[in-house]
Design a protein around this ligand. Structure first.
Ligand SMILES: [Zn+2]
Length: 149
C-alpha cells in the first residue's frame, strides 16, 4: 500500500503561457477518468477499512499531494475525517474529468442534497444554502474550472 503512494507520478505540468491553439487542443480532448490521467488503478488504493489510521493519514496526505501535482483542489469541509477524505478521492478515480493542463481546478464533491451528500449530514454544507443559491450551485455543477476567459 505504501507502494501506491511512492508510484505517484510527478507533475509534468509546465507553467502555461496563454496559447490559443493549445487552448483549442485542450477543449477538443475527451474527458477521461482521473485514474487514467494519474496512471493508477483503483486497486492500488485499498478500501479504507483495510488501513490503519496511520496508513489512512499517509494515504490521504499523499493523495492530496498527487491531486495538487495536477492542480486539482478538493474542496473538503473543515474537519471532515481523514477516512472520508481518502474515500472520496479514491472513489473519484473513476470519475470522468476534463483536464486543463496548467490550470487549477476545484472539485466540489457535495451534490447539494443533504440526504445523500458524500460528506455526510454532519459535514454537508448544502443545508446552509437557501433555495436560490442552491439552484445557482447546481447550474455551475460540481466541477469548477478556473479558465482564463
Ligand atoms: Zn452536501
Amino acid at each position: 500500500m505504501h507502494l501506491a503512494a511512492t508510484r505517484v507520478p510527478q507533475s509534468k505540468i509546465p507553467e502555461g503561457a496563454f496559447d490559443a491553439e493549445y487552448m483549442m487542443e485542450l477543449e477538443d480532448m475527451e474527458d477521461q477518468p482521473i485514474r487514467v490521467l494519474f496512471g493508477l488503478t483503483i486497486e492500488q488504493f485499498p478500501l479504507s477499512d483495510k488501513l490503519t489510521s496511520e496508513q489512512l493519514t499517509l494515504m490521504a496526505t499523499e493523495f492530496k499531494q498527487l491531486w495538487a501535482a495536477y492542480r486539482f483542489i478538493p474542496n473538503f469541509p473543515e474537519g471532515l475525517p481523514t477516512r472520508r477524505r481518502y474515500e472520496l478521492m479514491r472513489e473519484y478515480l473513476d470519475q470522468g474529468c476534463s483536464y486543463w493542463l496548467g490550470y487549477t481546478q476545484d472539485f466540489e464533491f457535495c451534490s447539494y442534497e443533504p440526504n445523500d451528500c458524500p460528506y455526510g449530514k454532519e459535514f454537508c454544507r448544502c443545508k446552509d444554502f437557501e433555495d436560490d443559491e442552491l439552484l445557482e450551485m447546481n447550474a455551475t455543477n460540481t466541477l469548477n474550472e478556473e479558465l482564463p476567459f
